[in-house]
Design a binder for this molecule. Structure first.
Ligand code: BES
Ligand code: MN
Ligand code: ZN
Length: 457
């Protein structure tokens, strides 16, 4: 189990009472006169985020009051994750139910995450007894997948190039007994021309990582993750602020590996495939150039309008391969466009699909899992914006408006599978919130895990 969790046999734990405007008085009444007087003396109010430590006569901790939103008010189901940082070391338990017991417990684990590769972390000795009726092993699987994705994204590019991303994929495949194949060199140049083109400017050579797991007869679910280990923009170079966070441009790959961990650890009845085009978009004499034209794996010829629109190029060849075996469900993750962030901000990944039922399911589950997504349209008329005068398509649109949509429309040219989901993610938390430390974030994986469990568990 996750180190933040304790089993019920280990200790009952110090009680945490969740209080709000409607139940605050009743909870204090149940404690007794002394506690009520103490709460009044220190001016405790049952407001979201407020904390009160109640002492016993011997000075030990009797219990904790923690303010949450009143039921019905806009609420953050991860709010209790804040307690990991504000309680003294010890083992605790939920004495009454927060808004969502499962997500509150999960937030203890995801909120305790620290990136400790380059310096020691702080002690995280606030542990939670897994609440009755909650599957602690499942929460642990999810938290591990999230931590894996965050670690990969947080790791700077000097230690997370295509080689290291491949090593991480190999380690995960080994852990779960999955097969893994990596296509590189001449075979990549011939079979995946767009992946090669984007990666050809870097001494850290491009490759396609291909993980397969599960029974061949089970429904095929294929994940494709953008693995651009650093995005300089290429010859169409980014400016300093644009480039600063581009170590996270393999966030889609990290998300696909995090989700794959959850699926394989749970042993879902799917034939899982994970495809990761791993490249570095670098600047050198061998970089691909604006107005170069490449014939993609699918045969579609692509004129390069902008070398900074590299994500859609590497995804195009990977999606084409994924599509060849006609999976029941095909999902890609990519830090694809700044435009998706302009439209929806950092917390809401954009979702694209032609499958209305799937979109509705996913939107609902995303809300229920506190891993929300928002659908944007694959607006057919904008396809014309991708036209090239000399090849089948350009990789960027003219005008630059609706950039997240035109990027998704470009990807769709390489997909025939009826159930395809594309997520344009940010993969980052700009300032910490409960359960979500500042830095790398694993978006959409928990929602998809819940969707797949509902279908295939
Ligand atoms: N990786 C970037 C998109 C990105 C930037 C995601 C910042 C999250 C934060 C992608 O490769 C890119 O550069 N996209 C360009 C596309 C444009 C050239 C059509 C963009 O969004 O500006
Ligand atoms: Mn780019
Ligand atoms: Zn990019």
């Amino acid at each position: 189990m996750h180190p933040q969790f304790a089993s019920a046999s280990e200790a009952r734990g110090i009680p945490i009472w969740f209080v709000h405007a409607d139940n605050g008085e009743a909870v204090l009444k149940a404690f007794g006169e002394r506690e009520r007087a103490f709460a009044a003396a220190v001016g405790f109010e049952p407001k979201p985020g407020k904390l009160l430590l109640l002492p016993k006569l011997d000075g030990k901790l009797a219990g904790v009051l923690f303010g949450i939103e009143r039921p019905g008010d806009t609420l953050d189901p991860f709010r209790p994750g804040q307690l990991v940082h504000s309680l003294p070391a010890g083992i605790y338990r939920f004495a009454n139910a927060p808004h969502d017991t499962r997500l509150a417990a999960l937030a203890f684990a995801t909120g305790a995450y620290q990136f400790t590769r380059y310096r020691k972390g702080e002690a995280r000795n606030v542990r939670l007894t897994v609440p009755d009726g909650i599957d602690g092993d499942d929460l642990s699987r999810v938290a591990e997948g999230v931590a894996l994705a965050r670690d990969l994204i947080n790791t700077p590019s000097n230690d997370m190039g295509p080689d290291e991303l491949e090593a991480a994929a190999r380690a995960l495949a080994k852990q779960h007994g999955a097969r893994i194949e990596v296509v590189a060199g001449d075979r990549l140049t011939k079979e995946f021309p767009l992946i090669h083109a984007v990666g050809q400017g870097s001494p850290r050579s491009p490759r396609l990582i291909d993980i397969v797991w599960g029974k061949e007869t089970d429904p095929k679910v294929t994940l494709v993750g953008k693995g651009v280990c650093f995005d300089t923009g290429g010859l169409d170079i980014k400016n300093d602020t644009g480039m600063l966070n581009m170590k996270k441009d393999m966030g889609g790959a990290a998300t696909s590996l995090g989700l794959a961990h959850m699926i394989m650890a749970r042993k879902l009845a799917v034939r899982l495939r994970v495809l990761i085009p791993a490249v570095e978009n670098s600047i050198s004499g061998t970089s691909f150039r604006p107005r170069d034209i490449y014939t993609s794996r699918k045969g579609i010829t692509v004129e390069i309008g902008n070398t900074d629109a590299e994500g859609r190029l590497v995804l195009a060849d990977a999606l084409a391969l994924a599509d060849e075996e006609k999976p029941a469900l095909m999902i890609d993750f990519a830090t694809l466009t700044g435009a998706a962030r302009v439209a929806l901000g950092p917390e809401l990944p954009a979702m694209f699909t032609d499958d209305d039922a799937l979109a509705a399911d996913m939107a609902k589950i995303g809300m229920a899992e506190n891993d929300p997504v928002w659908r944007l349209p694959l607006w057919k008329p904008y396809e014309a914006l991708l036209d090239s005068k000399v090849s089948d398509t350009n990789n960027v649109s003219t005008g630059g408006q609706g950039g997240a949509i035109t990027a998704a429309l470009f990807l769709r040219k390489f997909v025939t599978a009826p159930s395809w989901l594309h997520f344009d993610i940010f993969a980052w938390t700009i300032s910490a919130r409960p359960g979500r430390p500042e830095g790398a974030e694993c978006q959409t994986a928990r929602a998809l895990y819940a969707l797949l469990c509902a279908r295939y568990a």
